[in-house]
Each structure stands twice: as structure tokens, then as C-alpha cells.
Design a protein around this ligand. Structure first.
Ligand SMILES: [Zn+2]
Ligand SMILES: [Zn+2]
Length: 286
């Protein structure tokens, strides 16, 4: 269990006692194990998402340095020894920057498709290199990870849902369009990191060159606030508790703007904007 002071059982009606070093959570009648989630960083400068249960966890992408990943996890009271695997969505460096060192230093297995591995140029230790293919669930202890393909301008882009104890969280970033896969998997989630990359007006009137604007808007680019809102409002599960808006552009979006767009549609779902600069709190979802 995360032992830092940031634990955010705000979402769940548990009684939580904070002590100096750990959190004791008293569960209601049924002893349901929560899933713990945190964004360690989110945006074109680096992406790393933590999802785990009491004793095991996975990272989806490792796009900040090993040292910064360690620092941020420590501040959150998250134990890096619980991280049993890193799953790579695609080869862009904002998703892979920390992988080699993190994997080597802490002996963490890296799950990556063959094509993504080749395009990434990552030098992974053969003992820690693992392949995955879409549609095949990977079991990491009690955690199940489901990879599925998505639309993005990379060699073999995937996203993942991560489940443990009946709770499912998904990472949906770097997505050009809400394809069937994205919609299907989003609908399974109790919690989701959902890309809200750009505001259409800000991108349009912004200083990016035309080819870049087209790339971002394109079917293999990124999700706008409006596209993400449509996915959220039309495809969320009645069981959804937490939505973390992710991968916001520094140029073409603003955290408050994104929050204001989603908040009126939240109907009880906690909305958080993942920062480009610091880690989020740890959220316990059950
Ligand atoms: Zn990215
Ligand atoms: Zn990308």
C-alpha cells in the first residue's frame, strides 16, 4: 500500500488514519482491494503512469528519467520494488526516456512490441525484455494488463487497461481518434487517464506551423478536449469514479480550461488534470 501522505481516498468512503509513516485504511463491509493510481508526469515532456494494488504495480510508459521517477514515487510513498513491469505504448521519447536505466537499475521487465522496440532503439537487457501482442492479457501477479492497438503516428501504438481485484484503470493518451478499441476499453474502466491534448481554437490560432497543426489534429495525432469529452460523456461506465485528463499541450491547452470543460459533465466522477511538471496524488479507486 502506498505509505505517503498524499494518498487520496477522497474517492472512496473509507476511514483512513494517517500515521507518520503509513496509511491504515479500514474497508467497509466488503473487503474490496482498491487500485492505486498516480500520474508521475504527463505531457509531451514525459509520460509515466503508476497503477498497482497493495503489493504489485506496473508503470505505463517511463518517459521521465529514472532519478525523477524514483524521486516522485518516493514523495508519494510508492515503493519502486512493487513495480514488476513497465509497459510501453509507443516509441516516442516522451514515453521511453527513462526505460533503459529504470529497467536495468531495478530489474524491471519491459513489455514492448517487436516493432516498437525496433523503432525505439532502446537497449534492453535480454533477461528483462518481454514481447506482447494485442488482445493477449499479460498477468503480473494479481494484475492483468490488456493491450490493444490505437491510432497514432508510431510504428505499433498500443494502449492498456490494467485490472486487479475487479477494478480496471486505463491509459488513453497519444490517440488520433476514438476508434472502436479505445471506446470499448474506455467503457470498461473505473478510472482512466484520458488525453485532452489541445483546445481546437487555441491550436488553430496558435503559432504552430501548419504541418504540425495538421499532424496533431489528424487521425494519428492527439485527442482534443472536445474529442475526449465526447468519449467521456458517451462511453464511460456507470462504475467510473476517476478521470485524469492527461497529455495536455503546453501551447494549445490550459489545465483550468480543460477542467472547466469536463467538470459540468462529471456527475460525481472525480476530475483531475495531470500535470506536465509534477506528480499527481495517489488515488485509491475501489
Ligand atoms: Zn506522447
Ligand atoms: Zn506519441
Amino acid at each position: 500500500m502506498p505509505s505517503g501522505h498524499h494518498s487520496a481516498s477522497k474517492i472512496i468512503p473509507f476511514i483512513t488514519f494517517l500515521t507518520a509513516t503509513k496509511i491504515i485504511t479500514i474497508f467497509p463491509v466488503l473487503c474490496i482491494m482498491p487500485l492505486y493510481l498516480a500520474s508521475l508526469n504527463s505531457g509531451s515532456n514525459g509520460n509515466c503512469y503508476y497503477i498497482g494494488n497493495e503489493t504489485e504495480a506496473v508503470l505505463i510508459d517511463a518517459g521521465i528519467s529514472c532519478r525523477e521517477t524514483e524521486r516522485r514515487m518516493e514523495r508519494l510513498g510508492l515503493n519502486i520494488r512493487n513495480v514488476k513491469a513497465i509497459f510501453i505504448t509507443h516509441e516516442h521519447t516522451d514515453h521511453t526516456r527513462g526505460v533503459e536505466v529504470l529497467s536495468r537499475k531495478h530489474s524491471i521487465a519491459v513489455y514492448i512490441t517487436a516493432a516498437t522496440h525496433q523503432s525505439s532503439g532502446l537497449m534492453l537487457s535480454p533477461e528483462l525484455y518481454r514481447n506482447f501482442t494485442s488482445g493477449n492479457t499479460i498477468q503480473i501477479g494479481a494484475i492483468s494488463v490488456n493491450p490493444f492497438p490505437k491510432q497514432h503516428d508510431a510504428s505499433e501504438p498500443h494502449s492498456f487497461t490494467v485490472s486487479s481485484g475487479g477494478i480496471t484503470a486505463g491509459v488513453f493518451t497519444d490517440i488520433g481518434s476514438g476508434c472502436e478499441n479505445v471506446l470499448y476499453h474506455f467503457a470498461q474502466c473505473n478510472a482512466a487517464f484520458l488525453e485532452a491534448n489541445y483546445d481546437e481554437k487555441m491550436l488553430e490560432s496558435g503559432r504552430y506551423p501548419l504541418h504540425l497543426k495538421r499532424r496533431i489534429r489528424g487521425m494519428k495525432g492527439h485527442l482534443s478536449n472536445d474529442q475526449a469529452l465526447e468519449i467521456f460523456t458517451k462511453h464511460r461506465s456507470p462504475q467510473m469514479k476517476l478521470l485524469m485528463l492527461s497529455h495536455l499541450s503546453a501551447e494549445n491547452n490550459h489545465p483550468q480550461l480543460a477542467y472547466n470543460i469536463f467538470y459540468p459533465h462529471a456527475i460525481g466522477i472525480k476530475i483531475v488534470v495531470a500535470s506536465r511538471h509534477v506528480e499527481s496524488e495517489v488515488y485509491a479507486v475501489s
